[in-house]
Ligand binder design. Sequence first.
Ligand SMILES: Cc1cc2nc3c(=O)[nH]c(=O)nc-3n(C[C@H](O)[C@H](O)[C@H](O)COP(=O)(O)OP(=O)(O)OC[C@H]3O[C@@H](n4cnc5c(N)ncnc54)[C@H](O)[C@@H]3O)c2cc1C
Length: 358
Amino acid sequence: MITIVGAGPVGLVLACLLGKQGRAVTLYEKRVALPAASMAIGITPPSLDILEKIDLKAEFLHRGLLIPRAQVFESGKPCGTVDFRDSENEILSLPQFGTLKLLRQRLSKLKNVHLCEGVEMTPERLRTCKGWIIACDGADSSLRRHCGIPMRRHEYGVSFVMADFEDKEDLGDEARLYFSPRGAVESFPLPGGKRRWIVQRTQNAPPTLETLLQRVQAAAGFDLAGRAHGNLYPFTPQRTLAKSFFHQQIILCGDAAHTMSPIGGQGMNTGFADAFLLSRILPDPSPQALQAYTRERQRAFRIAARRAAQGMWLGTRTGIPASRTRALLLKTALHQPRVRETLARTFAMRNLPQPRTP
Ligand SMILES: Cc1cc2nc3c(=O)[nH]c(=O)nc-3n(C[C@H](O)[C@H](O)[C@H](O)COP(=O)(O)OP(=O)(O)OC[C@H]3O[C@@H](n4cnc5c(N)ncnc54)[C@H](O)[C@@H]3O)c2cc1C
C-alpha cells in the first residue's frame, strides 16, 4: 500500500502513474473543493510526455491553448521574439484548476486508487499508515516539518500582483513580456478568451487592482478597467529546497520538497518530473534509490530555479540605466537564431536533466 498526502497537481499525477501500474494507493486531501486560483498555467513538453503515460496528453491539448511565441518589449519598443514552434517547444496554457479537474477525472477511473477527500493527514493518522508515505502536501508541508527535514530558503526581494482578465486585445495566442524602467509586466494567453496579467510591484505600490491596471496601461498601453477578471493574487517569490527528500518511510515530492519563482513557470513541471521518477522506484525503493532520487531531483531543481531567477533578475531591474542596458542585451541576443532557439528550449524545459529511470 502506498499513501499519498495532498491531491494537488503533483500528488494527482503520482497517484495516476502508480494507479496505472496497478499499485494500491490511498490519497488524502484535506480540501473538499477544488481551489479557484488559476496559479500554474504553463505546462511544458516534458510534462506533456508524462501526461501521455497516463493517457491524458490528448485531453490536455484539447482543453488548453498552445503558446506559439513570446514577444519581448523594452519601454514599449519591440526587442524580438522567441518562437516556440521552431523546435516543437510549444508550452500549453491551462489554469491549474483545469489541470486538477482532468487529473481527478482520470483518477476516478482507476479502481485501485482511493481518494479520501476532506481528510487531513495528522501526526495521529500518520502513525496508522503502513508502507511508504509520499508527502505531496505543498510548500508548507506539515509532513516535512514532522520529519524535521531542514529547508534552505531564499527571498528574491521582488513582489508581483496578478489576475486573469477577459481578453479583448488582439494579441492572439502569444505571450508578451514588457520590461521598462518601472519593472516588468507579463501577459499570457489562457483558454476560454482570457489572459493573465502579472505586474511587478514597486516598494510603495499596494497589491491592488489600481496598481495592476496602472502598470499594464503604462507598460503595454492597454486599458483593462471595467474588464471582468478573476481574483487578484499578490505573491512574493521564494526559493526553498529540502536538504533531503526522504526520512524513514516518508518521501517528499513537488512543492513539499522545493519551490522556485513562479516567474518562469517551472514549479509544477519540476514536481511532475519528481513524481515520474518516484513512480519508477516505488513500491520498494532501496536507500540508494532514494538517495539517487534526492540527488537527481535536487540537481534538476537547482538548474530550473537558477534559470527562473536569472530571467526574473533581468526583467525586474528598474531605472533608466538598467532599462537601456537590458534593451541592448535583448535586441542583440534575440537577433541571433541560436540564442532564440536556446531560450525556447529553456522556457520549454527541454534542456533540463530529465528523470533517469532504472
Ligand atoms: C502565481 C503562481 C503561478 C504559477 N505558475 C506556474 C506555472 O505556470 N508553471 C508551473 O510549473 N508552476 C507554476 N506555479 C507553481 C505551482 O503552482 C506549484 O508548483 C504547484 O501547485 C505544486 O503542486 P503540489 O501538488 O506540489 O502542491 P499544492 O498545489 O500546494 O498541493 C498540495 C495539496 O496538499 C493538500 N494538503 C496539504 N496538507 C495536507 C494534509 N496534511 N493532509 C491532506 N492534504 C493536505 C492541499 O490541500 C493541496 O491540495 C505557480 C505558482 C504560483 C503561486
